[in-house]
Design a protein around this ligand. Structure first.
Ligand code: GLN
Length: 553
């Protein structure tokens, strides 16, 4: 039977609860304990698919096509597992399921209440994931902060679990913030005491408290939290801010979190092996030569909107022993007599995914710039559509080619809905979502990158390359190097006469892992790192340095 670890947050949001959950998974996995993870989001949207990236940050897509919270991306990257739709639960899903049951008459005339109907529905989601994953430990992150109105049913369900599956099979971890007061140079515990009181009020006594802070946490502070919150001294763990999120599992392991969970849940006492993880962190912390990448997108003010893209670029750079220095370009700034200064110093250009017409012309200009100046270009979903529009405008000698998403009456709809899709434009769950196979053309950049001919990657889009224009585009030098196995959909395209201009209709960023960068990202950075840009100095070969020193002596 699975054990359950519930992770709640106190005091403020954004203290790194998601990274803590991912790290707990890493620590347990390093002891050969199987884990699965679930995120509970208290909002009433059924999924974040219809939310603006400004509201929510990136929508992370699972292999089975669920549109989920970006925390799931962190779980997958840290624990190196593929999660599914069961790992993402929102209040919207819970209430729609309960109401659908009520309409069907499942409750036989009863009054439908938060307790027990809503809480039972929530608990069924916990158990469903446990059953499906067969994981020894299911880690469940309760989104939001203790005390939020929307989060109450989730916390109540978490509380009931201790009785349902047995005290020894459930663990409550509370992640909290210890603020620092400059005037007295003190780290304060009172807000933590309050949030633990709030938890206790609803019947949850935390077993472990993880204390986030930007300042060192003294033994006295730990003693105080232990005393006031009634938590074992060794179960009050400091988690100071670290330079890379990938260091968090090491810090928590060092503080004894792994052993603590093993003891409390009576798991098999295998020792942990975080050697590779330690090597990864050492590498991240070693200064590396930068590779300058311009990210041209619509939502660049909010870095979380491209969370997985950012991570995938870092993973790829790490593989080449480089540091991806990202320069964010709001695509609108390239429109008209745009400001190209950032592009001029970039060694590679990425156009990531997005929706809606705003900023599209700027992205197209970035693609023109990459094509004409032979700068490596990686297009991700919308970034592929932009590359196709740009190339069509060039090949057809017209400014009219477009996607029908941006201009419904364009005479050259090079990107369009599939014939059967028209009239089904309702938002939410109507896109091509999740894993699809893609057959790569041998010898292409894409096939070289992947080193195999059939790959599966995750999609999230409505529009496709219009086959009516495929021949014309190919005749002008575009290579459709990735196709659906039936040959009907173009999944990857690249330019023949360019060092590395490759774009995919899928989102390769979702499958990148710190120690296993996605092949397209890896080869993109591989091409970009050798590009010398305006003002850049070629690195001196070491041999000439040695020669100079010898002359001096
Ligand atoms: N807006 C485009 C489409 O729906 C691209 C989507 C994306 O980049 N994820 O096809």
């Amino acid at each position: 039977m699975s054990r359950y670890v519930f992770v709640t947050g106190g005091v403020v949001s954004s203290v790194g609860k998601g990274i803590t959950v991912a790290s707990i998974g890493t620590i347990l996995k390093s002891r050969q304990i199987t884990v699965s993870v679930q995120k509970l989001d208290p909002y009433l949207n059924v999924d974040p698919g219809t939310m603006s990236p400004y509201q929510h940050g990136e929508v992370f897509v699972t292999q089975d096509g669920a549109e989920t919270d970006l925390d799931l991306g962190n779980y997958e990257r840290f624990i190196d597992i593929d999660l599914g739709a069961e790992s993402s639960v929102t209040s919207g899903q819970i209430y729609s399921a309960v109401i659908a049951k009520e309409r069907r008459g499942d409750f036989l005339g009863g009054t439908i209440q938060v307790v027990p109907h809503v809480t039972t529905e929530i608990k069924e989601r916990f158990m469903r994931l446990a059953e499906k994953s067969k994981a020894e430990v299911v880690i469940i992150e309760v989104g939001g902060t203790v005390g939020d109105i929307e989060g109450q049913p989730f916390l109540e369900a978490a509380r009931q679990m201790r009785n349902d599956v047995g005290r020894d099979n459930v663990l409550y971890v509370h992640v909290t913030l210890l603020p620092h007061l400059n005037s007295t140079q003190e780290v304060k515990t009172k807000p933590t005491q309050h949030s633990v009181n709030e938890l206790r009020r609803i019947g949850i006594q935390p077993d472990i408290i993880i204390c986030r802070s930007d300042y060192p946490i003294s033994p006295e502070i730990r003693n105080k939290i232990s005393l006031f919150c009634d938590v074992e001294r060794r179960a009050v763990l400091p988690l100071p801010t670290v330079s890379t999120i990938y260091e968090v599992p090491l810090v928590l392991e060092e503080e004894g979190l792994g052993q603590l969970i093993i003891d409390k849940l009576r798991l098999k006492p295998l020792s942990s092996d975080l050697k590779q993880w330690q090597e990864l962190v050492n590498l991240i912390k070693t200064p590396r030569e930068p590779v300058n990448i311009a990210l041209v997108g619509k939502y660049v003010e909010l870095k979380d909107a491209y969370f997985s893209v950012r991570e995938a670029l870092q993973h790829a750079a790490l593989r080449h022993r480089r540091d991806a220095e990202l320069h964010w370009v709001p695509s609108e700034t390239l429109e008209g007599d745009g400001d190209y200064s950032v592009l001029r110093s970039a060694q590679g250009i990425v156009v990531p995914g997005g929706f809606g017409v705003r900023g599209i012309e700027g992205m197209i200009k970035a693609a023109t710039y990459a094509r004409e100046n032979k700068i490596p270009y990686l297009g991700l979903c919308l970034g592929m559509q932009v590359m196709v529009i740009e190339f069509a405008r060039y090949a057809l000698g017209s400014n009219e080619p477009n996607s029908t998403e941006f201009n419904a009456t364009t005479p050259y709809p090079v990107i369009d809905l599939l014939p059967g899709q028209r009239g089904k434009e309702a938002k939410g769950g109507t896109m091509r979502l999740g894993n699809y196979p893609c057959q790569l053309t041998s010898g292409s950049h894409a096939a070289i990158a992947y080193g195999q001919s059939l790959v599966y990657e995750r999609h999230r889009h409505r529009y496709e390359l219009n086959n009516k224009y495929r021949k014309q585009l190919e005749a002008a030098g575009m290579v459709c190097s990735g196709l659906s196995p039936d040959g009907k959909l173009v999944e990857v395209c690249e330019l023949a006469d360019h060092p590395w201009m490759v774009a995919s209709q899928f989102h390769p960023e979702f499958t990148s892992r710190p120690a296993r960068p996605n092949p397209l990202f890896r080869d993109f950075i591989g091409a970009a790192k050798d590009i010398l840009r305006e003002g850049a100095q070629p690195p001196l070969p070491l041999s000439s340095l040695r020669g100079a020193n010898e002359n001096l002596s």
